[in-house]
Design a protein around this ligand. Structure first.
Ligand code: SF4
Length: 289
């Protein structure tokens, strides 16, 4: 916490007294928690995924659909005990799991909470994958389902949308680590495993094809979730290509590549999911959906 290097950005912030480039300080910040019915079916099985949305982000894509959280740091500080109470509340709501959304910059606080009270439901770790291997190893015994996003392949693409040319070089080893987790189900619900997500972006299907090829190279038992839900959001005025949803042709190019490579553990999305109705409502005093 005195010289933070939790993520590959290694900004060196003193988080005991201030915040890092991700917005993370001494205590975890949570923007909202509740039941999420629109994750992959095996994660939202039954009552819905028990999502906890953390504030701040180490990656900060310009098109983030949770921009007020990731860039604006909206939310409130929560102690380790408070995190345990949130997990307990989600268990009481009938959640399928405890899904931690973009929590990697709060590793220290998460470990403290897990040591106080380990959740009774499978823990799902939803991450942008801009992670270090030591951080993932520290979490390994507490996480049941890894849910990384493998976002960009070309350094020029990740630099354009996040300022981080080293994204793939950092994220790929992290995803390779997470993809080793064997899948286990309890009925329709995934209780252990790894789902690697990829969001297809407008005018970037060539980059997406490279991601799918690299995923296939892993030859793991992980599932691939190809997301077509891109909806213009965030601070994209300087990125005219991001001002529209993806086309059917763009999505099908990537899907064809996955099928052609023999990837059978695959989630595909209807393009009608590119709708702001499926983005959580982060305003105060409203449920997630
Ligand atoms: S987690 Fe945040 S504070 Fe720590 S190195 Fe990364 S950006 Fe900096």
């Amino acid at each position: 916490m005195a010289h933070c290097n939790l993520c590959p950005a290694a900004c060196g912030a003193d988080r005991r007294t201030g915040t890092g480039a991700c917005g993370g300080g001494a205590k975890a910040r949570v923007a909202k928690y509740g039941l999420h019915p629109y994750e992959e079916p095996c994660l939202s099985a039954g009552g819905g995924a028990g999502t906890v949305f953390f504030s701040g982000c180490a990656l900060r894509c310009v098109f983030c659909q949770n921009y007020t959280l990731s860039h604006g740091n909206a939310g409130r500080e929560v102690s380790a005990r408070g995190l345990c109470e949130i997990f307990e509340a989600l268990e009481g709501m009938g959640a399928a799991n405890i899904e931690l959304v973009t929590a990697s910059h709060y590793l220290v606080q998460l470990l403290e909470a897990f040591r106080l009270r380990r959740p009774k439901l499978p823990v799902v770790y939803n991450t942008h994958a801009y992670e270090t291997l030591p951080a993932l190893r520290a979490l390994d015994r507490y996480v049941d389902v890894w849910l990384p996003d493998l976002k960009f392949y070309a350094p020029s693409v990740s630099a354009r949308y996040t300022g981080k040319a080293d994204y793939f070089a950092r994220a790929y080893p992290a995803v390779a680590f997470m993809a080793k987790r064997e899948a286990e189900f309890d009925g329709e619900r995934m209780v252990r495993g790894c789902i690697v997500r990829h969001l297809v972006l407008p005018l970037n299907s060539g980059d997406s094809v490279e991601i799918v090829k690299r995923f296939a190279d892993l030859r793991s038992g992980a599932y691939l979730s190809l997301m077509g839900q891109y909806t213009p959001c965030g601070d994209i005025a300087a990125f005219p290509e991001l001002s529209r949803p993806i086309t059917r042709r763009e999505y099908e190019r990537v899907l064809r590549c996955a099928l052609g490579l023999g990837i059978e553990r695959l989630f595909a999305q209807k393009l009608s999911s590119a709708n702001k109705a499926f983005i959580p409502d982060f305003s105060e005093d409203r449920p997630l959906f």
